[in-house]
Design a protein around this ligand. Structure first.
Ligand code: SAH
Length: 279
């Protein structure tokens, strides 16, 4: 075996590894994640972690579901944290597997702090977040030199399910050329409205990427003024990433999955060559 693979860490009994599983495509797992899956005694996983990833664990690895799916009630966060502590104290190798990156809107920090409080040793393994890697599968870079040198990642969901409060919409509209929204479907109309109200153009491009990186991935390209109604009309369901900004235009050039299926790509999707030539 290659020395890099051999040097991957040993999962010690009585420890918890908090691991990001990426947005869905198992090919986007890290070597640390695969290494963890191969050694775990128990897997505590979220709704967004798919079967293809879970199947990498040994057949005798215990699986504990800790997410919301198919109408099953969501376990209370404190219960999940306490469960991780209990399993570790029983001497198990506990793999806490989360969609995307555990520290991006994933409550990974809260769970890790519970482990600290209980004196349980842990390791954090970052993952590819849906708001970056998921968009790359749609052919949308989160930054591009000609469009933006800043990007904001925003949750569309407050603690109680409302539009998150404490957001300075005026500052966001003015200061962040690209806004990437997680969990935004329910409040997309309110969010788009607030951005337009604070000066963003109603025709600004928006893309809604559902089931990013998975075989069922769909992409809706729309604009700020129409995104809410078009999401409803298209019957789009979560999980989705919504991206607002000029970077969406780059998809005409960077839709590599579309290209593999015959789409002709535009090597000047922002129209810069034309602008340079004429102006
Ligand atoms: N920790 C995760 C985010 C968890 S919050 C990460 O870093 O990606 C859950 C939200 O993530 C979903 O509501 C959705 O907005 C987004 N998400 C996760 N996986 C996704 C996927 N495959 N496609 C689209 N959105 C996804």
């Amino acid at each position: 075996m290659n020395t890099t693979l051999k040097a991957l860490p040993v999962f010690q009994p009585g420890t918890v590894w908090l691991v990001g599983a990426g947005p869905g495509d198992p090919g986007l797992l890290t070597l640390h994640a695969v290494n963890a899956l191969q050694q775990a005694d128990v897997l505590v996983y979220d709704a967004l972690v798919g079967e293809a990833v879970l199947d990498l664990a040994p057949a005798d690895c215990e699986r504990i579901y800790a997410g919301k799916r198919g109408g099953r009630p969501s376990p209370v966060q404190a219960d999940i944290s306490q469960r991780l502590v209990r399993l570790a104290k029983e001497g198990k190798r506990v793999l806490r597997l989360k969609g995307g990156d555990p520290f991006v809107f994933g409550r990974g920090g809260e769970e890790a702090l519970s482990l600290v409080a209980a004196g349980v040793p842990f390791r954090i393994v970052p993952g590819i977040s849906a708001g970056i890697g998921g968009l790359a599968y749609a052919g949308i870079p989160v930054t591009h030199r000609d469009t933006n040198s800043a990007v904001t990642f925003l949750t569309g969901h407050g603690v109680g399910g409302e539009v998150p409060d404490g957001i300075d919409w005026a500052a966001l509209a003015k200061g962040s050329p690209v806004i990437v929204l997680y969990m935004a479907l329910k409040h997309i109309a309110a969010i788009a409205g607030a951005l337009i109200e604070h000066g963003r153009s109603p025709s600004e491009p928006v893309a809604v990427v559902s089931q990013a990186t998975l075989p069922a991935q769909t992409i809706l390209e729309t604009c700020l003024a129409r995104c809410a109604e078009e999401v409803t009309a298209a019957g789009i369901e979560p999980p989705c990433i919504v991206v607002i900004g000029e970077v969406v235009r780059l998809r005409a050039g960077l839709d590599w999955q579309g290209a593999a299926e015959g789409r002709e790509l535009d090597d000047d999707p922002l129209g810069l060559r034309h602008r340079r030539e004429t102006g």
